[in-house]
Design a protein around this ligand. Structure first.
Ligand SMILES: [Zn+2]
Length: 438
C-alpha cells in the first residue's frame, strides 16, 4: 500500500470549496468530510461522519492505542475556510496549485495544511503497521471560522463520549519557527506553542428613548445615549494584567535574549513589544481585556429621532476574569442601555508543566537542537475553547519546519494564501514522529 504525498492530499483538499459564510446555507463541509472518509476507509479505518445540520459535517475517528491505561490524546483540525475575494487572487483559490515552491489556495495555512498532515500520519501508520501507544482521537471539524456551533461546540455538547479518557489535545496555532536577534545580533530560534486563549464575549446592546421630531430640544434620544455609552467602552483603558502564560512567554524570551521586561504597565508592555522582534505578533493583544464596538444600527430618516438604537461589541476577556470584565462593561454602558450575550465563551489556559507540552517541546528540539520553545496565548480563539470544556489540556501545535530558501506561509484569511511545500513536508514528518512516540 502506498501513501499519497501530503502535498497531493492537501492540494485535493484545497480544491474542495468549504467556505464558511456563517449560518448561510451555502456553507458546508460535507464534501471535505467525504474526501477524508474515502481516504481512510480503504486502508481499514472506520471514521464516523457526524452532521450537526445539513452538510455541516464533522469526521471523528479513534485509533486504539496499545496501552488502554494511558490517557488518550485528541488531534483536531477544521475543514472550513473563510470566504475569498476571488478577483484579488493571482491564482484560483480552489485550484490547489503548486508553484514557486508553494502550495496555493484558501486554507493552505488555515488549516488544510495541518489537516493533511494529520491524514498523512494516519495513512502512514497503516502502511507501517504502527499502533500508537495511547488512544488517539482525530476530529476533523466544521465551522471553526464562525463559532464552532456546527463543529467543535456541537461535538462537545452532543457527543462528549467520543472524547472519553482524553487528557490532552493539539489544534491550530503553534510549533512554527520565529527567529529573533538579541541586542548583540545573535539570532535565537523560538517556537511558540499555544497554551492559552482569551475568551470571547460578544454583546448586543440596545438603548431606548422616545421617538420624535428631529428638531426638538432636550430630546430623549436613543442614538445619543447609545453612542455616548459606546464611546466610554471604546475609550476604556483596561488594566494590563498578563496571565501566567504571557509572563512565562516573556520570562523565557528575557533569559534567552538577555533582557528584562516590565509587564506591570501599558508603557512597560509596549516597550517590551519593541524588543522581541516578530514574536510581538504572538502577544500584542493578550495581556488585557479589549472591547471594540463593531456594529451600529439606528434610525432611518434624518428628521426622526428613533426610539431604539442597537450596537454590537466585540469583547475579549482573560481566562478566569470574565465576570470582572462584565461588571466593568455594565458600569461603562451605564443606565438605560440594555445588553445581552450574542456569544459568551470563556478563555482557556493550561500549563507547560504537562507530559503533553514536554513531548511537543522534545519533538521540536529533536528537529532543531537550538530551538527555544515558549508558551503563548492567543488573543483570538480556536476550537480549543470548546474541547477545554471537557477538561482536556489544549495546545496549539501544528508544526512546520523552515523552508530552505526562506519561504514563509502567507495570506491567512487574506489573498494568495500559500504554504511552502518544504515546510509542509517537514511538518508532516514532525507530526508523525510526535504522535507515534506520544
Ligand atoms: Zn483556523
Amino acid at each position: 500500500m502506498s501513501v499519497p504525498d501530503v502535498v497531493e492530499i492537501c492540494s485535493r483538499l484545497l480544491a474542495i470549496d468549504t467556505s464558511n459564510y456563517g449560518d448561510d446555507e451555502r456553507s458546508g463541509e460535507r464534501a471535505a468530510a467525504e474526501f477524508i472518509t474515502e481516504l481512510l476507509e480503504p486502508v481499514g479505518y472506520r471514521p464516523a461522519i457526524l452532521e450537526s445540520a445539513p452538510r455541516r459535517a464533522n469526521v471523528v475517528l479513534r485509533v486504539p492505542g496499545q496501552d488502554p491505561s494511558l490517557p488518550g490524546f485528541l488531534v483536531h483540525g477544521h475543514t472550513d475556510v473563510v470566504p475569498v475575494e476571488r478577483e484579488q487572487w493571482s491564482v484560483d483559490p480552489f485550484g490547489g496549485e503548486v508553484r514557486d515552491g508553494y502550495l496555493w489556495g484558501r486554507g493552505a495555512t488555515d488549516m488544510k495544511d495541518a489537516v493533511s498532515m494529520m491524514l498523512h500520519c494516519l495513512l502512514r501508520w497503516q502502511r507501517d503497521g504502527i499502533r500508537p501507544r495511547r488512544d488517539i482521537v482525530f476530529a476533523f471539524v466544521a465551522d471553526e471560522e464562525t463559532s464552532g456551533r456546527y463543529g467543535a461546540q456541537w461535538l462537545v455538547r452532543e457527543h462528549p463520549e467520543l472524547f472519553d479518557g482524553v487528557g490532552g489535545a493539539i489544534g491550530e496555532s503553534g510549533g512554527f519557527l520565529v527567529p529573533v536577534a538579541d541586542p548583540q545580533g545573535a539570532v535565537h530560534r523560538f517556537y511558540p506553542i499555544a497554551t492559552a486563549e482569551r475568551g470571547i464575549m460578544h454583546l448586543a446592546v440596545t438603548a431606548r428613548g422616545t421617538a420624535g421630531h428631529g428638531a426638538q430640544r432636550d430630546a430623549d434620544n436613543s442614538v445619543a445615549r447609545l453612542v455616548t455609552a459606546l464611546a466610554r467602552v471604546a475609550a476604556h483603558r483596561w488594566p494590563m494584567d498578563p496571565p501566567a502564560t504571557v509572563r512565562e512567554f516573556f520570562d523565557i524570551i528575557g533569559k534567552t535574549l538577555g533582557l528584562t521586561f516590565d509587564l506591570s504597565s501599558h508603557e512597560g508592555f509596549d516597550a517590551a513589544l519593541l524588543q522581541i522582534g516578530d514574536l510581538e505578533d504572538c502577544v500584542r493583544s493578550t495581556a488585557q481585556v479589549t472591547s471594540n464596538p463593531t456594529v451600529l444600527r439606528a434610525g432611518g430618516k434624518v428628521n426622526v429621532i428613533p426610539s431604539v438604537a442597537h450596537a454590537q461589541i466585540d469583547v475579549r476577556t482573560l481566562p478566569g476574569a470574565e465576570q470582572e470584565a462584565l461588571r466593568v462593561l455594565e458600569e461603562l454602558l451605564g443606565d438605560g442601555v440594555e445588553w445581552e450575550f450574542l456569544e459568551n465563551r470563556p478563555g482557556q489556559e493550561t500549563t507547560t508543566d504537562t507530559e503533553w507540552y514536554r513531548a511537543m517541546k522534545a519533538s521540536i528540539e529533536e528537529i532543531d537542537p537550538g530551538a527555544v520553545v515558549i508558551p503563548r496565548m492567543l488573543g483570538g480563539g480556536t476550537d480549543a475553547k470548546s474541547f477545554a470544556q471537557l477538561g482536556i489540556a489544549c495546545y496549539g501545535f501544528t508544526p512546520m519546519t523552515q523552508d530552505p530558501d526562506g519561504r514563509a506561509g502567507a495570506g491567512m484569511h487574506g489573498v494568495d494564501e500559500r504554504v511552502p511545500v518544504a515546510a509542509l513536508r517537514g511538518g508532516t514528518d514532525m507530526m508523525y514522529r510526535f504522535l507515534s512516540a506520544l
